[in-house]
Design a binder for this molecule. Structure first.
Ligand code: R5P
Length: 292
């Protein structure tokens, strides 16, 4: 088994390969003058099972094309199988045709990954809401691992002995927040969220407790509006300090600045979408997931 990588997560691919004791095939890339992508994968991969790391955050369409080119390159070079490790899987939130004429993006995107020549996919904390299992979205063998145990371990080390309540902003966040609450032996509260637009949500009032430390847990932060709403509700009830943890930090349109201005003390996130808040690496769980 060999590991290779797209441009979105080279460091995570190397770290996971090192932990799994696997060799890395180097890739190179450039853009043609008209913007099309070119990739090349070096080394001998004939007859090998090759694992391709490519995260699909922030620039998913371009990263998907790059992934498809890599998958074709390694197929053409005679590999035996292609496993996609997609630490952040984009397009999963459109898991329903909400209005006539809309795509079922989660499934359409899955088909694109499969048809690029993928035999198996591994991802981290996929946004599962109306689909309850990854196997309902993909037709190929698919594994969804969770970063929440690593996030909880990181938080527990930093706040040993402190009392904290764990809060999830909406129903689907329970699957992630519960793992953290259980690991920290904390109380768990799940709020209700109504999405009013791409950048606008309404969250139910907080009717529990007062005053203690709170940790908001979600799978992802995009514009940060969901967490901002929860922070304002918790502040009104006197919770302090307020921390946040999410596997995938996209943090678009100045989200981090808005969250800190609103009073988030600490933001914990992973390297599924690498950035300055990637304090926890998912390399150990991915190394275990790819191991032969
Ligand atoms: C959707 O339900 C997700 O779990 C997140 O809560 C959501 O995508 C966060 O988006 P934003 O940060 O833009 O509110």
């Amino acid at each position: 088994m060999l590991v290779t990588y797209g441009s979105s997560c080279e460091a995570l691919a190397r770290a996971s390969a090192k932990l799994a004791g696997l060799k890395v095939l180097e890739t190179s890339r450039r853009r043609f003058p008209d913007g099309e992508q070119y990739v090349r994968v070096g080394g001998d991969m004939r007859g090998e099972d090759v694992v391709v790391f490519q995260s699909l955050g922030l620039n998913p369409d371009s990263y998907l094309v790059e992934y498809a080119l890599i998958a074709d390159a390694i197929r053409g070079a005679g590999c035996r199988s292609v496993t996609a490790v997609v630490p952040y899987l984009a397009y999963a939130r459109q898991d329903k045709r909400f209005k006539a004429g809309e795509p079922l993006s989660a499934k359409a995107f899955a088909r694109l990954i499969e048809r690029a020549g993928t035999d198996r996919i591994i991802t981290v904390d996929m946004h599962l809401h109306r689909f309850s299992k990854i196997s309902e979205v993909f037709d190929i063998p698919a594994v969804n691992v969770s970063a929440m145990p690593l996030i909880a371990e990181h938080y527990a080390k930093a706040h040993r002995g402190e009392s904290v309540v764990v809060v999830g902003p909406d129903k689907e966040s329970e699957q992630w927040a519960k793992q953290v609450a259980d690991a920290l032996s904390s109380r768990l509260y799940i709020l209700e969220k109504e999405r009013l637009g791409d950048r606008d949500v309404r969250v139910s009032d907080v009717s529990f407790g007062k005053g203690s430390r709170a940790l908001l847990v979600d799978d992802m932060i995009s514009t940060g509006k969901t967490l901002l709403e929860v922070v304002s509700k918790l502040k009104a009830q006197g919770f302090s300090p307020i921390d946040a943890a999410a596997t995938h930090s996209l943090l678009v349109e100045g989200a981090y600045a808005r969250l800190t201005e609103a009073g988030i003390s600490e933001l914990i996130s992973t390297d599924t979408v690498p950035g300055q808040h990637s304090t926890v690496s998912v390399a150990p769980i991915l190394a275990r997931a790819i191991a032969p």
